[in-house]
Design a protein around this ligand. Structure first.
Ligand code: NAD
Ligand code: 89V
Length: 333
């Protein structure tokens, strides 16, 4: 498969490293000339563009990797659909539910595969827990706590996180809510509170969310970037899931405990990866491989655009709940 990538910023470097093992990236695009030139040199890519429309017009690739921030996602997905090119798009998929639905419709009408780069459920430790729960290791789950609490400085690599109006739910909570869905099934209702503890940022850096799932189970999804813990666990998601036949725990240090015993799920550090990001970096390789496998097999990816509407609805529902101080049914959105 031949691909192109749009957005040569902070996180795209991981995506380009992972593509090296999976596909040929024939062209890249960024409207920032310095980032474009540095990335082209780093990965030896000669076709460069400062305008995505021109890159699509020239063509020569089967899929596009959209690694820009959210305001450009809808127009870029629509360009991919118009060009008949499969697309994998970074999270957050869209700024509004209306945009996200329009993107899914454009992809369906064009017959392209559209997947969201929702990679946290592809972290190998999380994947193992999802497989254990779905495989019945603890029976029928009735409660989950899905927790991400950290004091790591995410703002140095991603300065927009300090200035955007929305912060932790839109950027990080979206992943943790998606993990809750992957473990416990779709949610029907959400209740949330938010706080801003760090006075130097614009958005919320603490969110505590209560989910009611379709099968009757409950999840608590708690996220914080204001938690000074020792040891620092960034970027680990911790799990505690109760089922009618036992409990699963994923504790700090990637320690899995199931009814039959404990094991170490520490992820590998890929040759191009570095701690503490290696956990996320491995998931980039795994999700991008899944995207190509699904195109080859002609099946929908697990985190397709259509699937991601239900994760995005949880994000929108959480903000609405916190703003109005009430529980939100997801079919309101
Ligand atoms: P960034 O600002 O470092 O990079 C984005 C790049 O896109 C910039 O270089 C910018 O010039 C370029 N760009 C924006 N709009 C463009 C357009 N229309 N045409 C061409 N170039 C354009 O951002 P980042 O931190 O790399 O984040 C990018 C996306 O990845 C965000 O949506 C973010 O939420 C997501 N992200 C995901 C993960 C993950 O684990 N899945 C981790 C970090 C960031
Ligand atoms: O995964 C992400 O979207 C990142 C981070 C882990 C820092 O929240 O922005």
């Amino acid at each position: 498969m031949r691909g192109a990538l749009i957005g040569c910023g902070f996180f795209a470097q991981n995506q380009l490293h992972a593509w090296r093992d999976l596909a040929q990236i024939t062209a890249i695009c960024d409207r920032d000339p310095q980032r474009l030139a540095e990335t082209a040199a780093r990965f030896g890519i000669t076709r460069t563009y400062d305008d995505a429309a021109r890159m699509f017009a020239d063509g020569g690739f089967d899929f596009v990797d959209i690694a820009t921030t959210v305001p450009s996602h809808r127009p870029l997905v629509q360009m991919a659909a118009a060009a008949g090119v499969h697309a994998i798009c970074q999270k957050p998929f869209a700024e509004t539910m209306a945009d996200a639905r329009a993107m899914v419709t454009a992809a369906e009408s064009a017959g392209i595969t559209l997947m969201v780069h929702e990679n946290f459920r592809w972290q190998s430790a999380i994947r193992r827990c999802i497989d254990a729960v779905r495989g019945g290791a603890i029976g029928t789950p009735f409660f989950a706590r899905v927790s991400f609490r950290s004091g790591y400085d995410v703002f140095s690599g991603q300065p927009y996180l300090a200035t955007d109006q929305r912060f932790i739910i839109q950027d990080l909570g979206i992943h943790i809510l998606d993990i809750a869905r992957a473990l416990m099934g779709d949610a029907t209702r959400i209740t949330a509170t938010t706080r801003r503890i760090n006075p130097a940022i614009r958005g919320e850096d603490v969110a505590t969310m209560l989910l009611q799932h379709a099968g009757g189970a409950t999840s608590v999804v708690d996220c914080s970037y204001a938690t000074r813990r020792v040891p620092e666990t960034f970027p680990e998601t911790l799990l505690e899931i109760d089922g009618d036949r036992g409990t699963l725990r994923l504790d700090a240090g990637y320690r899995l405990t199931l009814p039959e015993g404990s094991s170490d799920l520490s992820p590998p550090v890929l040759p191009w990866a570095s701690r503490p990001w290696h956990n996320i970096q491995e998931s980039v390789l795994l999700i991008q491989r899944h995207f190509l496998d699904c195109i080859a097999a002609g099946i929908q990816p697990e985190t397709s655009g259509a699937d991601n509407l239900r994760t995005l609805a949880l994000v929108e529902g959480a903000y609405l709940s916190a703003a109005e101080g009430r529980s939100v049914a997801l079919d309101e959105l």
